[in-house]
Design a protein around this ligand. Structure first.
Ligand code: SAM
Ligand code: NAG
Ligand code: NAG
Ligand code: NAG
Ligand code: NAG
Ligand code: NAG
Length: 736
């Protein structure tokens, strides 16, 4: 908890708009002051804080604390032996509040309205919330203690079950929160002896009164798997220069939908209101949720309280997200970023929408400084991976960045996650990586690039290599100095084994294997089979037309040109990482270059990033019409059934979201996919930018049979309204 709140304060100090002369910490129920001393692992307490208050009503513990700080010689720490419910910062700090009238203990409650914010930058409760009998009043009093942008940290024991919290959508992730019935009853009874209250209400009230920034749930094995939580929060009502909560939400809506209305930010309230009443608008789901929650006096979803507005609200418990079982498929992106760069030539006015995958190409687009990049993925964990990359640029030096994403391993990952990355991650991404630190800590195995669904393909390759005794040959291939040397090894040693029909029949043609390993759905398989059936070798009777032969030929057409035409050891990181399990300093993706790190680690470099967790369809439907300039949809159109209405509907939506002249970049497993005609019928002209015929290599990945750009040349007639609106709610009248 101390590490997390210290990281928040340091991140705020770095991005501070305000020139901080003071920094105040109040530790409520601080006991012997052990925590304040422990904080020195993370910050230089005597200098980082202008004052620290330890508030505790036990005189004996206060004595111990006083001795501690005398011994340490920390002059900025003050031990206040008082009931926390009565503690007022105004009594100790000068220049705190303009309206302090002399307090009369008996009347203050009735006559004096306390402010709704205070001057403390940090308020902490360490194992004290559960010890304070009527916790409501102490929790309430934090409101008038905490500065507008202050941070609150709590660590405590708890027992809760699913029914206690499952109806809440604002908690910032629920990983491991449920405590089973045995454990609940045991720990509650155990703590009752000590008059420590573990009832669910304590944590619930905290989450209701404040905005949740981050939290996690843990069990301590040494202490009999005792459940505890760490929670970091802030004021429920967002403070900003314009200070009206609905304007903040409006701004976030604009960020998610390209709505032009709210820039520049400082416009008057009257204008906002006028806009509200004007023409029907397309609203983001984030906006609708926020408005609903505000009107019910609940906190906003935790995404609204993050330090960056990269990640956009989504409901993690919908089946469409949980179907992925908290696993990403791609640990790196299977699309050649260099070709994208050459084809797209992004400029400062470009607004790009692209599928996230592992986020590598999103980062490559950002490195070309377009106005905006909307990253879209239905699988929340692919977006967690992108968030981790964004946070790592923001907070880590190149050496650490390289270890995590270049080598896929970092022995100190957990420490970096908590002390450096946490302020730059959304609550859910943070919980995800905290639960999965082992990915990077694995000191024997392969780290990041041996995780995700696509690891099955890589493992299968290693397995084949082992069976055929090719491991050292693979190493030779990777270190081949010339392309000729590589070709030689490929043709004589590896190809015969890897592309043997036996392997093909055994492994590759299994539908379930392909799906899991490469994310190949059945419609895509059908396209591959179709092209195969029409190919010359089948027509001339030289090959059989079966599924396994179709796959076999597809593999040959993928791998042969790669091995013949690209130098894997120096210039094909996509295959390098598959073969070696990591990148090398000589051969890695563009986003791992030191220059890209230098560029994207500058303050504000990633401000244009928006991460949407939803179907592509849902996101483009909510983008303000005529705003996007580029949409990169990878092979996602292959997933539609041939001739389906859904494909046409999606193409219409793309047309609407794009500017005139806007481009759709797509790749496909077919040489000439059926839906190109649908694009042409919906206001686009299509051009093929590479197709895999006669052993050609269309890019360094070469996994797709062709690559297309469809350019918008015509507007479609306006659609009938079908978008969500906030029916009848006048958001300007909402209060928190
Ligand atoms: C379990 S101790 C935790 C001490 C320390 N924060 C730690 O983490 O080791 C709980 C502390 O809360 C204090 N406490 C309980 N109710 C309080 C109240 N109403 N006002 C101030 N302190 C209170 C107790 O005196 C006790 O020192
Ligand atoms: C911030 O404060 C310091 C010392 O109080 C002062 O020297 C500096 O000029 C201030 N910076 C700004 C941007 O106001
Ligand atoms: C969960 O705990 C609550 C009390 O906090 C109890 O009323 C409820 O029955 C429990 N539900 C389950 C499924 O155990
Ligand atoms: C919020 O929580 C409720 C209860 O679990 C759920 O039914 C609902 O779908 C959730 N999400 C949204 C976006 O409403
Ligand atoms: C568990 O509790 C023990 C004893 O207080 C402590 O030393 C240890 O660091 C704790 N472990 C974790 C993971 O918090
Ligand atoms: C808060 O927002 C979520 C997401 O839309 C919704 O499910 C939930 O019902 C809202 N809460 C209330 C009380 O409206």
């Amino acid at each position: 908890m101390l590490a997390l709140v210290a990281a928040q304060l340091e991140a705020k100090a770095k991005s501070a708009d305000e020139n901080k002369t003071k920094r105040i910490w109040v530790d409520v129920g601080g006991g012997t002051g052990w925590n304040i001393e422990a904080m020195s692992q993370f910050v230089d307490v005597p200098n980082f804080f202008s004052s620290v208050y330890l508030v505790d009503f036990s005189p004996s513990l206060c004595e111990v604390a006083k001795k501690r700080f005398e011994r340490l010689g920390w002059k900025n720490v003050r031990v206040v032996c008082q009931d926390a419910r009565k503690f007022r910062l105004e009594d100790y700090e000068t220049g705190m509040s303009k309206q302090v009238a002399p307090r009369s203990p008996s009347l203050s409650y009735l006559t004096q309205q306390r402010q709704d914010y205070g001057g403390a930058d940090l308020v902490t409760f360490s194992y004290s919330l559960s010890m304070i009998p009527d916790y409501y009043s102490v929790v309430d009093s934090v409101n008038s203690l905490l500065a507008p942008h202050g941070i609150m940290g709590v660590v405590d024991f708890y027992v809760q079950n699913q029914t206690d919290y499952s109806f809440r959508n604002y908690t910032g992730g629920l990983v491991d929160r449920h405590v089973n019935v045995l454990s609940r009853n045991f720990w509650r009874a155990w703590f009752d002896f000590d008059r420590v209250g573990l009832e669910p209400g304590r944590r619930d009230y905290l989450e209701y009164k404040f905005g949740t920034v981050l939290n996690f749930n843990f069990r301590n094995r040494t202490l009999g798997y005792i459940p505890y939580y760490v929670w970091v929060g802030c004021h429920k009502k967002p403070f900003s220069p314009s200070s009206l909560p609905h304007e903040i939400i409006e701004r976030i809506d604009a960020l998610a939908t390209e709505s032009p209305y709210l820039y520049p930010a400082n416009q008057g309230d009257a204008l906002t209101r006028a806009i509200e009443r004007s023409a029907p608008e397309i609203r983001s789901k984030a906006f609708i949720t926020a408005v609903q929650n505000l009107s019910a006096n609940l906190p906003l979803p935790s995404f609204f309280y993050q330090n960056h507005h990269w990640r956009i609200y989504y409901d993690d418990r919908l089946q469409k997200h949980t179907q992925f079982n908290d696993e990403y498929i791609y640990a790196f992106t299977w699309e050649d970023a260099r070709v994208d760069e050459r084809l797209l030539k992004l400029g400062p006015d470009d607004k790009v929408l692209a599928i996230t995958s592992a986020g590598d190409n999103i980062i490559s687009y950002l490195a070309q400084s377009p106005a905006r990049v909307h990253a879209v993925d239905l699988n929340p964990t692919q977006n967690h991976l992108l968030e981790l990359k964004a946070a790592a640029y923001t907070a880590l030096p190149y050496e650490d960045f390289w270890k995590i994403f270049g080598e896929g391993k970092h022995a100190d990952f957990r420490k970096l996650l908590i002390t450096k990355l946490s302020p730059h991650l959304s609550g859910r991404a943070f919980q995800y990586w905290l639960k999965n630190v082992h990915v990077f800590h694995n000191n024997k195995g392969y780290g990041l690039y041996d995780t995700g669904g696509s690891r099955h393909a890589i493992r299968a390759f290693r397995w084949i290599a082992r069976i055929f005794g090719l491991q050292s040959t693979v190493q030779k291939l990777l270190s081949a100095r010339t392309l000729n040397e590589q070709r030689d090894i490929w043709r004589n040693k590896i190809r015969p084994a890897l592309l043997s029909k036996l392997i093909c029949n055994l492994v590759v043609a299994q539908e379930s294997f392909l799906w899991a390993a490469l994310g190949v759905p059945k419609n895509q398989l059908a396209m591959i089979e179709n092209d195969h059936a029409n190919s010359d070798i089948v027509k001339q009777g030289k090959a059989k037309n079966t599924r396994s032969h179709a796959i076999w030929h597809y593999m040959v057409n993928t791998l042969d040109p790669v091995a013949e035409e690209t130098h894997i050891g120096t210039d094909n990181p996509y295959y390098y990482v598959c073969l070696d399990g990591k990148f090398s300093k000589k051969c890695h993706l563009e986003y791992l270059r030191p220059e890209v790190h230098a560029k994207l680690s500058r303050p504000g470099a990633l401000d244009g990033l928006r991460i949407h967790t939803d179907e592509l369809e849902e996101v483009i439907a909510r983008i303000t019409p005529g705003t996007l300039t580029v949409a990169v949809i990878m092979d996602s159109m292959d997933w539609f059934d041939t001739g389906s209405q859904a494909a046409a509907a999606q193409i219409s939506k793309l047309n609407r979201a794009l500017q005139m002249g806007g481009r759709v970049l797509l790749r496909t497993s077919a040489l000439s996919p059926w839906y190109i005609k649908v694009f042409e019928a919906h206001g686009f002209t299509a051009k093929c930018h590479g197709s895999r015929v006669d052993g050609a290599c269309i890019d360094r990945v070469n996994m797709y049979a062709s690559c297309w750009i469809c350019t918008k040349t015509e507007n479609l007639p306006p659609p009938t309204p079908e978008f969500d609106r906030i029916g009848g709610t006048d958001i300007t009248s909402l209060t928190i």
